[in-house]
Design a protein around this ligand. Structure first.
Ligand code: ASP
Length: 344
């Protein structure tokens, strides 16, 4: 069946070869809107407080999110597909050291970078994902290759790397992913671990979950969702979070919605967060925002799960709930653009 999709195969070849607090409860006001296209992005959720941010850093995050929205909007406005938009936007964010994905990915306990990514096509319910890759410049392109070039959904480790390379994804020396900021975070958490004699202390990137994600709706009514991450600082034993797990970190179904999550992955896996939003719409007849808010502020949060998600439905309605102090987030439709960081 997948061999019928010649255009997406071309697209993957092109994209693979391209260079490149204590529980505050915040919600995003979401009104009904209709739009020919829509794009929503996140750059991670967590203890993101204005008092801890320098004006320069705030400006850098805002500029990068606007750049991501510009790139995606240009594709969608020109009649491009939601898949193209999601891959281009995530690649751009992966290439920025600001986010915990691609360049800027956090370090494992062993001082390596292991990245996870996934993508889902809401039209076909086709999906692709990679886990624990260490030398793919843009892990989202490897997830796309799995979706378009294989009969499988999820590949991990060396096999995923070999497959991605074979299918034209750009590989790099693992040292490409090293940034001082993330290296220092690992040293800090290791010191804390030693001092507190704690075993297996992991951290969501300096209390900021810097994962990136994008969900787009194109003019043809197709929804694509994608997510990319370095996971959690100091992770061990090839730990994999929710980001590459279809139904947990990412989900898309043209009949309901597209979702990309960020937060404490173990909870997002156990509560099947991304799929739960879609299921509440499909089986519970909830509207997008009600479904998304209930999932993020419901029993997952009661159990201790922190994070947020971005979602859109086929009409271009958008929801961006989070149960942390902040979430890097933004959206663009044919009549509106919003970029926000804090819980305001
Ligand atoms: N959800 C990611 C994970 O648990 C981390 C994040 O979103 O920051 O791997």
């Amino acid at each position: 069946m997948k061999t019928l999709y010649l255009l997406p195969i071309l697209a993957v070849l092109i994209s693979c070869n391209s260079q490149p607090t204590p529980e505050p409860t915040k919600t995003e006001p979401t009104e009904k809107r209709q739009s020919a296209y829509a794009l929503v992005i996140h750059g991670g959720a967590g203890t993101i407080l204005k008092k801890n941010m320098t004006p320069e850093l705030e400006q850098a995050y805002t500029a990068k999110m606007n750049e991501a929205l510009d790139i995606g909007e240009e594709i969608l406005k020109g009649g491009g597909s939601s898949q193209e938009a999601v891959v281009a936007v995530i690649q751009l964010m992966e290439n920025s050291p600001l986010f915990n994905a691609g360049k800027g990915a956090v370090f494992t306990n062993q001082g390596t970078n292991e990245m996870d990514a996934s993508i889902m096509d809401g039209n076909t319910l086709n999906a692709g994902a990679v886990g624990g890759v260490t030398n793919i410049q843009n892990p989202i392109t490897a997830a796309l290759a799995v979706m378009e070039q294989s009969d499988h959904v999820f590949m991990v480790g060396k096999g995923a790397e070999a497959f991605a390379k074979l299918n034209g994804c750009q590989t790099v020396d693992p040292s490409y992913f090293r940034t001082e900021r993330r290296w220092n975070s690992l040293q800090r958490i290791k010191e804390k671990e030693a001092k507190e004699a704690k075993k297996n202390l992991t951290e969501l990137s300096e209390s900021k979950h810097g994962t990136v994600g994008a969900v787009a709706l194109d003019k043809d009514g197709n929804i694509t969702a994608g997510t990319s991450t370095g996971g959690m600082t100091n992770k061990r034993y090839n730990r994999v979070g929710d980001s590459p797990i279809i139904g947990a970190g990412t989900y898309a179904d043209n009949e309901t919605c597209g979702v990309s999550c960020t937060g404490h992955g173990e909870y997002f896996i156990r509560y099947a967060v991304a799929y739960d939003v879609s299921a509440a719409m499909r089986h519970g007849n909830k509207d997008l925002n009600t479904a998304a808010q209930e999932v993020i502020h419901g029993r997952m949060k009661d159990a201790g799960g922190t994070g947020g998600l971005i979602a859109l439905d086929k009409k271009g309605n958008i929801s961006m709930p989070f149960n942390t102090a902040g979430m890097y987030r933004g959206y663009v439709t044919d009549n509106e653009r919003v970029v926000r960081i804090y819980g305001d």
